[in-house]
Design a protein around this ligand. Sequence first.
Ligand SMILES: Nc1ncnc2c1ncn2[C@@H]1O[C@H](COP(=O)(O)OP(=O)(O)O)[C@@H](O)[C@H]1O
Ligand SMILES: N[C@@H](CCOP(=O)(O)O)C(=O)O
Length: 311
Amino acid sequence: MRSVKATAFSSSANLGAGYDVLSMSHLAFSDTVYAELINEKERRVMMESNSNVPLDPARNSAGAPVEALLKEFQLNYTIKLNVIKGVPHGLGLGSSGASAVAAVAAVNELLNLHLTLEDIVKFAVIGEQAVSGSPHPDNVAASAFGGIVAVTSHDPIRVVRIPINLNFRLMLVIPRVNTGEGKTKKARELVPKQIEVSKMVENTRFLSSFILGLVKGDRALVREGLNDAVVERSREPMYPHYPKLKEIALRYDAIGACVSGAGPTVLILYDDSTKLGEIKQEGGKVCAQHGFQCDFITTEIGEGVRVEGLN
Ligand SMILES: Nc1ncnc2c1ncn2[C@@H]1O[C@H](COP(=O)(O)OP(=O)(O)O)[C@@H](O)[C@H]1O
Ligand SMILES: N[C@@H](CCOP(=O)(O)O)C(=O)O
């Protein structure tokens, strides 16, 4: 039977004030999905995984979009998906999104559907909807396209890679915690439905500064822009370690720090001016004060989804 392998990388979404719009792919972790055509008689998705994610396709971020693909293209095919999880889930690393993108990309190649990258994002958000109750496109856009992306339109989906003219590297501060089921769904329920105009203006300044800083290669602008006055603050009970960790990162001259997606992972942008050792040492104490250990993983901005026909 013909089968295809696709690999999609982890991501950090929001990036300060870019809630549901900005996201960054990174090489830290990846999910791989093997898609196999079993028969052309019955419309069905069969699931396997090396991890404890749900194997009901409707509740798996990889299975749900593939079911939607088969329906959209009116294909009575049975597809087997084997989801090899490499992105730790429930930690703000775009784990659900990586699986969704890898699955859609693999089935696209397997069935010669000729989907564009934006089509892949359009279907992959169905996976995010299945696990978080909301089709947020940011994580899947970064895992599909690579780099740092802005989702400039939701319907139709339009994704733009942001030119990066600043040299920096990434450190992920990942708490060794189990956030249980549906972490992002719970986090999204904390976000206010209405905000004051002053907060909108403040976040618009942050978003403008962050994006312009990347494009102009202006370190100070990026530092000024990597902030958020609305979503991060509304969710602080889910990551009480974050404010102090951010303060330490900035004290030791990190370019900036933000919550990775809905957390609890914290993303730190750094360069040669940053005293990374001090951040790790003092950041580790902050994590311990909150009752858990953290892993400090350095990584780089990632690529888009990779597809490999196996036979
Ligand atoms: N293929 C999958 N990969 C990761 N999580 C999945 C997958 N399918 C379903 N889930 C569920 O989605 C939740 C994790 O996704 P989410 O809450 O968005 O956090 P994150 O994206 O930070 O990992 C968990 O409850 C997990 O069981
Ligand atoms: N914009 C979303 C991003 C969720 O990212 P995740 O990696 O935590 O799933 C949100 O903030 O809800």
